[in-house]
Design a protein around this ligand. Structure first.
Ligand code: ZN
Length: 302
């Protein structure tokens, strides 16, 4: 184990031990969600019965997250750990194990049909795309899995969790129908978008939009000069006008791309993280509405 990480863990465990004698939010079920989008879903399903802590907060990048002492403390005190799975947070299980976590765990994406990345993305082997929440149909499964896990950890609340998840599934269906309507008028040649990292695979498959990304499926990979050059040629050849940056990634690469290819960069998309609560993507539903609106406007310029 990395010595700094180990030191953080020990510090966290010591403070957790100090706190364990006191009761905190005694009437609420303590739940940890690995990242902000899951935190929102847990809050929606759990309502007043749960107290949710999010490890990777708004505008933060889960791909390259480093746990902090406060995270170890929080995990030691929680009763349910909710993760995305599909390889999105490889650090989460390690963190739980190191903190001696004894509570329940649920992988929210359980039952989702995983999307494999094509070999042409430059990977040696087929890689699973973790960004399943970008398809609202998958989020129906997320919400059902979260409701079942909350009911298991807190059986007295089972009917409440069921009712909240039923109501939210209806909102997801409304969102999906609305999103389809925004894209409906766009003919196939206009349905092309450039983003910085490859996080829209599920979204693109669901809404029949082609996404091109110079960065791979994770944000820790830098594209080569050759890959960027190829993308610039493609932007010019296919006259792609919809170029977007993401809230949790450095805009430098896309700024360069838009300059070299002579295209204007659109508004920020919220991809792997929510915005701050008062921002344009403070919840999953707001995030999707914001992204769909921006993408549809960008593709219309095409
Ligand atoms: Zn991502």
């Amino acid at each position: 184990m990395n010595p700094v990480f180990r030191k953080l863990l020990l510090a966290g465990i010591a403070s957790a031990a100090l706190l364990s004698g006191t009761s905190f939010a005694a009437d609420k079920l303590p739940v940890i969600a690995s990242f902000s989008i899951l935190g929102d879903l847990v809050r929606v399903v759990g309502g007043e019965r749960v107290s949710v802590t999010t490890l990777v907060g708004p505008d933060e990048d889960a791909h390259v997250f480093e746990p902090r002492p406060a995270d170890v403390k929080a995990i030691a005190q929680t009763r349910l750990l909710v993760t995305n799975g599909l390889g999105f947070e490889p650090w989460a299980q390690k963190l739980a194990k190191s903190a001696g976590y004894q509570g329940q765990s649920v992988v929210a994406s359980q039952g989702v049909k995983p999307r494999q990345l094509p070999a042409e993305k430059g990977h040696q082997h087929a890689e699973t795309d973790p960004h399943a929440w970008q398809d609202p149909g998958n989020v129906v499964l997320y919400v059902r899995n979260i409701a079942a896990a909350l009911a298991k950890a807190d059986p007295a609340g089972a009917s409440v969790y069921q009712a909240h998840s039923d109501a939210y599934v209806k909102e997801l269906q409304t969102l999906d129908a609305w999103a389809r309507a925004q894209f409906a008028a766009l003919p196939p040649p206009k349905r092309q978008v450039i983003t910085s990292h490859d996080a829209f695979g599920y979204f693109g498959a669901h809404y029949q939009i082609r996404f091109l990304a110079p960065q791979g499926v994770s944000t820790d990979m830098e594209p080569s000069a050759k890959e960027v050059a190829r993308l610039i040629q493609q932007i010019q050849r296919e006259k792609i006008k919809a170029v977007f940056i993401e809230n949790m990634s450095a805009p430098k690469l896309l700024a360069q791309l838009s300059k070299d290819a002579g295209v204007k960069v659109g508004q920020t998309l919220y991809v792997d993280a929510l915005s701050a609560p008062q921002g344009p993507a403070g919840s999953y539903l707001q995030l999707m509405r914001h992204n769909v609106t921006q993408l549809a406007a960008g593709m219309k310029l095409n």
